[in-house]
Design a binder for this molecule. Sequence first.
Ligand code: CMC
Length: 378
Amino acid sequence: MTTATFAKGLEGIIASETEMSFIDGQAGILEYVGIPIGELAAHGTFEESVYLLWNRRLPNKGELESFSAELHSYTGLPAGMSGRLLALPMQAHPMHVIRTMISALSMHDEDPNSVDLDEVRAKAMRILARAPTIVAFFDRYRRGLPLIEPRADLSFAQNFLYMLNGEVPTEAMARAFDICMITHADHGLNNSTFAARVIISTLSDIYSALTGAIGSLRGPLHGGANEGVMKMLWEIPTLNDVEPFILGKLERKEKIMGFGHRVYKSHDPRASELKTLAKQLASDTGNTDLYEKSSKIEEVMGTAVAAKGIYANVDFYSATTYHCLGLKLDLFTPMFVLARLSGWSGHILEQLADNRLYRPKAQYVGPHDAPYVPMDQR
Ligand code: CMC
């Protein structure tokens, strides 16, 4: 008999192997297939990062061109999907919309349940391509604007902003969005990725696994934190109010959204990348107050709680970045979905390639030999 250990929240437990991303939480390192995230953010593209994650190597020029062309060719929605989308309540949160529509895509797939690796990979490609179209269509529909069909000649980042805003974005805006996608693509066995791997380990289907992962990501302790950050920035009236606001929250034992991480205990390298981006975009778009408030929050948190290993995480500066890119608050977490679909799919493929059902145990802490009390005596 093996001895079992109990770790609340599975902290420190290694539950799977991956060749995709490496994280050293003490040193603040994140690598995709060995390449530091800063290098990819500085020189790579989202399409190239997805190829890297799915193939465990960088593509050559021809490989990247054909991979990108294939991805971009699937951006249109299957017949019937737009109608389904236009029947949704306009006030629905886009996270509920994308979760529902990714699930609905399974009904437009002739063989949704296949767990053959090549077929799952092809499904992953189609889902990744269509997710931005779903989000952009829904946002335009609720704004009462005509839908804009995707353009296969544009990059993933350009095409999404084009479908959302009706014009091809500037190079700087597209590049900024691309960097957001790169930095959010994969991150070890985070909660939503674990959810995806748990679901696919029953040999269920990729649609179910991704639907579950989106549900997990929505939570405010995970991807939903970026919305919380923006609300906090709006709630703080001026730069001078930052310190009393943050200290007051800490005193009341309230969490500061965009800070802390289960794994990173020195700094989150994605936050450093996004901080640089947020600063530039804030200055370009007249939002320096948001950047200054963010920077001040970081300073106050540094004095108050850094000793406990609580630092800004990926969600903190992504809030200002997305706001400066002109995205509405409730589209922030869906942006995380657009990027992370690539990581989730990579993990689903890894899991299927060497599957074993996830089935941990619970430590029972209730009574034993309890009497069955008849109904009239309870
Ligand atoms: N603000 C204030 N105190 C915090 C924070 C925070 N953001 N995060 C952790 N702490 C404190 C917490 O109160 C606890 O203190 P004490 O030991 O005195 O009770 C201690 O640090 C340990 O916290 P924990 O919640 O047990 O740590 P965890 O590893 O379970 O949680 C976390 C990690 C990300 C859930 C947590 O830091 C948190 O809730 N942060 C705010 C939400 C957030 O920004 N989430 C995004 C995470 S990164 C991107 C992603 O995963 O999507």
